[in-house]
Design a protein around this ligand. Structure first.
Ligand SMILES: [Ca+2]
Ligand SMILES: [Ca+2]
Length: 201
């Protein structure tokens, strides 16, 4: 007689495993969806200079993939509505990152990408430091920014931009190619990060 312990086990029901795999796939896709929407982060720190007040910073960011044809200009925007200023937030920094590579096969000439950063409707003083335009023809990243003084360190005269506001990044593509008619377009990844500050008693 064969010991039942060494008999092959009957086929196990695989449905729970399949359900698990499907659930993982759904979560993976959802994660991608959320990555494409506006992200916010938040930090707070005590301000020794002002005693009982606390500095709070928040970033709001969004990314997009622009697919540009040769000679085309496209724009990417991040807007804040008036809820932010109603809650005491002011704008202290805008940062824009532009990344691309050559996506056309067998093309060794990187395209030329020209970018401009602008702020609309926020009001306030001009930025203290900024690099508002840039260009790359070697597939290197381009970083642009506008900076206002820190809320903690600034003199009381600084008038900061406030919501509603729109930060816009204009991106122009000029295709370069070593083979005539080989390269027509480019994928350009763009990101805008807005940093907001407020002092809370
Ligand atoms: Ca090219
Ligand atoms: Ca290209």
């Amino acid at each position: 007689m064969i010991n039942p312990l060494i008999l092959p086990s009957p086929d196990r029901d695989e449905r729970p495993f399949v359900a698990y795999v499907v659930l993982c796939l759904v979560l993976f896709v959802l994660n991608g969806v959320y990555d494409a929407t506006i992200n916010t982060t938040f930090e707070s720190q005590s301000d020794d200079k002002n005693g009982a007040t606390t500095l709070e910073n928040m970033t709001v960011s969004d990314t997009s993939l622009l697919v540009l044809q040769n000679g085309e200009t496209d724009e990417f925007e991040v807007s804040l509505d008036s809820n932010y200023s109603a809650d005491g937030w002011v704008l202290i920094r805008i940062e824009a990152l532009v990344q691309y590579s050559e996506t056309t096969a067998a093309d060794t000439a990187c395209d030329t990408v020209s970018v401009e950063l602008s702020l609309a409707n926020g009001g306030g003083d001009a930025p203290e430091n900024s690099i508002e335009s840039g260009q790359a023809n070697d597939c290197n990243d381009i970083m642009l920014w506008m900076d206002w003084p820190s809320v903690v360190d600034s003199d009381t005269d600084t008038v900061y931009p406030t919501a509603p506001l729109t930060a816009a990044l204009s991106v122009e593509l000029d295709v370069q190619s070593t083979i005539p008619f080989n390269d027509q377009d480019e994928d350009v990844q763009v990101e805008i990060v807005l940093t907001l500050s407020r002092m809370v008693a």
